[in-house]
Ligand binder design. Structure first.
Ligand SMILES: [Zn+2]
Length: 334
C-alpha cells in the first residue's frame, strides 16, 4: 500500500505526496491548493524524472523541492502528459538544465489550442474569480460550496500566477513510445492518440507495477471527455488495464487500481448510452441534458459539473460519426 511521506518532506499546501514504490511518488492535488492536477516523481538512478507540473509555478515549486529532497538531485527530465494547462503551466519552474519531454502532437497542441487556452484565461480570470466568490457567498449548502472550492482555487491560482507565467515548451519530442534508462530502473512513455486530448502520454514502470495515466484516468471524480474521442478513450483504458499494474495514478483524484479504470470505462459507456437515447428522442439539447440525473453509482464523485458537458459533447460527436456498438461491448469483458 502507498505510504504518506513523513511531515518533514510532505509539507505542501498544493500536494500530498505518496510513495508508490521505492523512489516512485505520486503527488496528489490538495483541495484548495493551486496544483489542480496530480503529478509524479520517479528516481531512475542518476536521473530524476517529474511527470506533469500542475497548473501553477507556485505548486510546481513544491513538486520540485520534494523531488530534490527524495532523490537528492534537481529534476533532470520533466514529462508533459498532454497540453491542458493544469498539467503543464508549472513547467517554467524546471528551468534548464532540466529537459521537457512530450509527444510531437502535444507540443503542437501547446502552441495552438494551448495558446487559445492561455489567452482566454488571461482575459477571464479576474471576472471568473469574482463570479465564483459571489456564487460561494450565495451557496445554500456545504455540498454547493464544496463543488465550488476547486474552481475558486483554480481561478485564484491563475489570477495570482498569470502575471509571471511563461509556458515553457517541451524541447524533446517523440512519437508512440520512448524509453528512458537510469542506473536503477527504466521507464516507458506510451502515447495514446485522441483519448483524452489529441495526444496523451502514460508513464509505465513495468517492474514496479505502476502506471501514471494522467487524465485518461480520473478516480472518484467525473472524467473530462470534452477534448477526446470516447471510443479511443475506451481503447486506451483497455490497453492501460492490460499492463496489469497494481497502482494507477490518475490525473485527478486519489491513486487507484484496475477497478477504477473499469469504472471510468463504464461511465463513458453510460454517457454514450444517455447521449444516444437523447438523440433518438430528438431531445439532444441543453435543456434536456441539464435535466438528466447523474446515475447513482457516480453520485458521490467530485467534478459533477462535468457530467452535463460530457453528455453534450457526446451528443455532438454522435451526431457527426457512426458509432460501432460492438467495439464498446468488448471492453473489459463487460
Ligand atoms: Zn486534461
Amino acid at each position: 500500500m502507498p505510504d504518506e511521506m513523513s511531515p518533514s518532506t510532505s509539507e505542501s499546501r498544493h500536494f500530498v505526496f505518496e510513495q508508490l514504490a521505492d523512489g516512485v511518488f505520486a503527488a496528489i492535488e490538495r483541495d484548495g491548493g493551486w496544483a489542480i492536477s496530480n503529478a509524479g516523481i520517479v528516481d531512475l538512478g542518476g536521473l530524476t524524472v517529474v511527470y506533469d507540473t500542475s497548473l501553477t509555478p507556485r505548486a510546481a515549486q513544491d513538486l520540485r523541492r520534494f523531488a530534490e529532497e527524495v532523490t537528492g538531485r534537481a529534476p533532470d527530465i520533466v514529462v508533459n502528459s498532454h497540453y491542458h494547462n493544469d498539467h503543464i503551466w508549472g513547467n517554467q519552474v524546471f528551468g534548464p538544465p532540466a529537459r521537457i519531454v512530450s509527444t510531437n502532437r502535444t507540443r503542437e497542441l501547446v502552441l495552438t489550442d494551448g495558446q487559445v487556452e492561455l489567452q482566454s484565461c488571461v482575459a477571464e480570470a479576474s471576472d471568473r474569480l469574482i463570479s465564483l466568490k459571489e456564487q460561494d457567498a450565495a451557496a445554500a449548502t456545504q455540498d454547493e460550496r464544496n463543488a465550488l472550492s476547486l474552481w475558486i482555487a483554480y481561478w485564484e491560482g491563475l489570477v495570482q500566477e498569470l502575471p509571471h507565467l511563461t509556458v515553457r515548451l517541451p524541447d524533446i519530442t517523440f512519437d508512440t513510445r520512448l524509453l528512458i534508462h537510469g542506473a536503477r530502473r527504466s521507464l516507458e512513455l506510451i502515447e495514446f492518440k485522441a483519448a483524452h486530448t489529441g495526444s496523451d502520454t502514460a508513464l509505465y514502470l513495468r517492474d514496479e507495477g505502476v502506471v501514471f495515466a494522467s487524465d485518461m484516468l480520473f478516480v472518484d471524480c467525473h472524467p473530462y471527455l470534452g477534448d477526446g474521442d470516447p471510443h479511443r478513450l475506451l481503447k486506451a483504458l483497455q490497453d492501460l488495464g492490460a499492463l496489469g499494474a497494481a497502482a494507477y495514478a490518475p490525473g485527478h483524484g486519489p491513486v487507484g487500481d484496475l477497478t477504477d479504470l473499469r469504472l471510468v470505462a463504464a461511465y463513458v459507456g453510460d454517457c454514450l448510452d444517455a447521449a444516444r437515447s437523447l438523440i433518438r428522442a430528438g431531445s439532444a439539447n441543453a435543456a434536456s441534458i441539464r435535466k438528466l440525473p447523474i446515475p447513482a453509482k457516480y453520485e458521490a464523485w467530485q467534478l459533477r459539473q462535468f457530467f452535463a458537458g460530457n453528455i453534450q459533447w457526446l451528443c455532438r460527436r454522435l451526431g457527426q460519426t457512426w458509432v460501432d456498438e460492438a467495439e464498446q461491448s468488448t471492453l473489459f469483458g463487460s
